[in-house]
Ligand binder design. Structure first.
Ligand code: CA
Length: 225
């Protein structure tokens, strides 16, 4: 899952990003409001952590723009203790939660997890399930429930697999996969999506799963099982 952190205090943004990456999230950062809006409008994020007091454009304005453009990321706003008005405005404009500054990083991470792991209802206790597959997102262990065989999935393949499992039985375009798994600034050519997909298909076979990732001609890929 991919998160955008919009926070002009770069040291704070870095701490948040580092911590989230340790939790296996993909993270991008923006240090001012305009860049934050630009990134958020790509609609590739599952969640956006949005500071209110930002140079160039404030968080409330960004929030309004996002809602008007049907950007469906969950939003957690960061606000100063005195900024109660901001919070209320934030909820009016559609924020999902807020965290008051100064905050404990663990508190923020917990709020993020609540927002994202509540989403699919399929995820309980860090386990993502589809068909005969069970993916432990803490340990990156993939288990086939039919055969009880397990295998550890390397980082990039893990991101791919997680994305497919969250969008099972839907056609996903190459562009969506690149944006989601490699990030918006990535170099498409060098990513070698096909290679990563074949590694993943092999692992699915090795553990005896009936799940497959099929190519859908001219459209993209689809996970079925
Ligand atoms: Ca700020």
């Amino acid at each position: 899952m991919r998160i955008l952190v919009v926070e002009d205090e770069e040291a704070i943004a870095d701490i948040i990003a580092t911590k989230l990456r340790r939790e296996k999230y993909e993270v991008d950062t923006s240090f001012d409001g305009e860049d934050g809006l630009y990134n958020a409008m790509t609609n590739i994020y599952d969640l956006i952590i949005l500071d209110i007091m930002l140079p160039k454009m404030n968080g409330i304005e960004i929030l309004k723009e996002l809602k008007e453009n049907n950007i469906n990321a969950k939003i957690i706003i960061l606000t100063a203790k005195s900024g109660l008005d901001d919070k209320l405005k934030g909820f009016d404009t559609g924020a999902n939660d807020y965290v008051t500054k100064p905050f404990h990083i663990e508190e923020l991470i917990a709020r993020v997890n609540v927002q994202l792991r509540a989403k699919g209802n399929k995820i309980e206790k860090d386990i993502l399930e589809y068909s005969d597959l069970s993916l432990n997102i803490r340990t990156s262990t993939l288990t086939c429930l039919e055969t009880s065989e397990s295998i550890t999935i390397p980082y990039r393949e893990f991101l791919l697999l997680e994305y497919f499992m969250n969008n099972r039985e839907q056609i996903i375009s190459k562009e969506q996969i690149y944006d989601k798994v490699w990030g918006i600034d990535s170099d498409y050519e060098s990513n070698n999506l096909e290679a990563y997909l074949s590694f993943l298909r092999k692992k699915l076979k090795v553990i005896g799963s009936k799940v497959n990732i099929k190519a859908v001609r001219n459209l993209g890929y689809k996970m079925e099982g």
